[in-house]
Design a protein around this ligand. Sequence first.
Ligand code: NG6
Ligand code: CA
Length: 514
Amino acid sequence: MKQRLFAVSLLLATLFAGCTGNKVQKEEASLPNIIVVYLDDLGYGDVGAYRATELKTPNMDKLAHGGVMFTNGYATSATCTPSRYGLLTGVYPWREKDAKILPGTAPLLISTEQITIPKMLKAKGYHTGIVGKWHLGLGSGNVNWNERVSPGPNEVGFDYSYIMAATQDRVPTVYIENGMVVGLDPNDPIEISYKKNFEGEPTGLENPEMLKMKWHHGHNNSIVNGIPRIGFMKGGEAAKWRDEDMADHFLEKAKEYVKDHKNEPFFLYYAMQQPHVPRTPHERFVGSSGMGPRGDVIVEADWCLGEFLKTLEEEGLIENTLIVFSSDNGPVLNDGYYDDAVEKLGEHMPAGALRGGKYSLFEAGTRVPFITYWKGKIEPKVSDALVCQVDLFSSLATLVNSAEKAQDSQKLLDAFMGKSEKGRENLVIEATSRTAFRKGDWVMIPPYKGAAVNTQVNIELANADEYQLYNLKEDISQQNNLAESNPEKLKEMLDEFIAIRGEAFSKTQKLELK
Ligand code: NG6
Ligand code: CA
């Protein structure tokens, strides 16, 4: 009996698969390509269209002026790993206790069981690729960099991956293609440690004479290309990247990916490394901004974007491709190296009018440039809708007619397509494991212990003994704390925040009004 039932269901399954197979084929023809161009530490005020006057970003501006330019677009977090986790999974990073800035040796943060944007799209017939910065962990502890490194991006939904493991300032300083270190000489194996140095290897701390870039805080372990890094590395000489070529290199790979997959619907996550430290513009961009390396690498990233757009145009793909442009977190000037970012800043305001920066719960930590562009499909407009990168999952699911869901991701396709001004009603933002709550024009930051200012990077973190409540419409720079003068609003915000964050959280944080 059991066997017969099995046979019948097998038959049904085959018939059903036949039907859906055809359907997938039909759908594929009309599916647009989707590209996320993601910068690292690019601030709200770093883009011309977002009112930067001292820095020229013509290609980012082209997207902003030809698409929907969001003024209330957020990353889920004020640092990279959690932010990227939220982007790819549609789950708030504060739900995942390990979603913190990861070392290069950290295990894969996203569970291989978990649904992700690339997995969701793959099921709809997309080819999926990532080129650029990963920083979501690799392997399952104790990675051997001389064998295939897995699980990694290929195991959470990407058919193709060409990545750096963590950040440009962290070892291993090599490219990894589908899990294999590129250009590795088997006779010169790679060893990595974040605990101790390998005997006889120079470090930034002990060998300052070998440095072409000096460290300011942290960043004094292994030296690669004259730049001291976080973490220790031995071997892998032939595989090491040249920092100044990284932008060109990722651009080339992104272009190749597009050309290789132009005949099928594809999803590309093009995660540029700029303007994160160490800022190493190619020689032809040195001096291009007059602002030192930080400005120069933004000019370089803008150029890369322009070249990449040219490829989409040349390949005839630009009218069938939705491009999302954003940044993983807000800006920072001195993030650990002496590179003139502070000294040569001049009148430029990387955060625009926003308060704080990277690592901060103030607006500049998470409110970032956020643009959707689709030539011929999206009408240019500026949108004040409240949107977050965590919403891309469900919105893209709507676009491709997928029923997949992710816990915190809202369906905001109309807002992303510029058809509606309706965004989310509220949003939990995160910065180094602290959370705050935005609702409508208001933002509430609960009290947090810890320094008010991170003096190394010179950024206000938003820690305070008292509650903070700001009306962002009237006070975008968060100068007037209205917590005392508007206790009703504060209570309303706090109650909703606790309802989302959960009672247990409120107890550990002792979130109650006196
Ligand atoms: C910090 C690093 C900083 C940067 C950051 C990650 C020190 C002192 N600072 O720990 O330079 O690498 O991590 O940036 O090491 S992120 O954009 O990838 O989150
Ligand atoms: Ca970042």
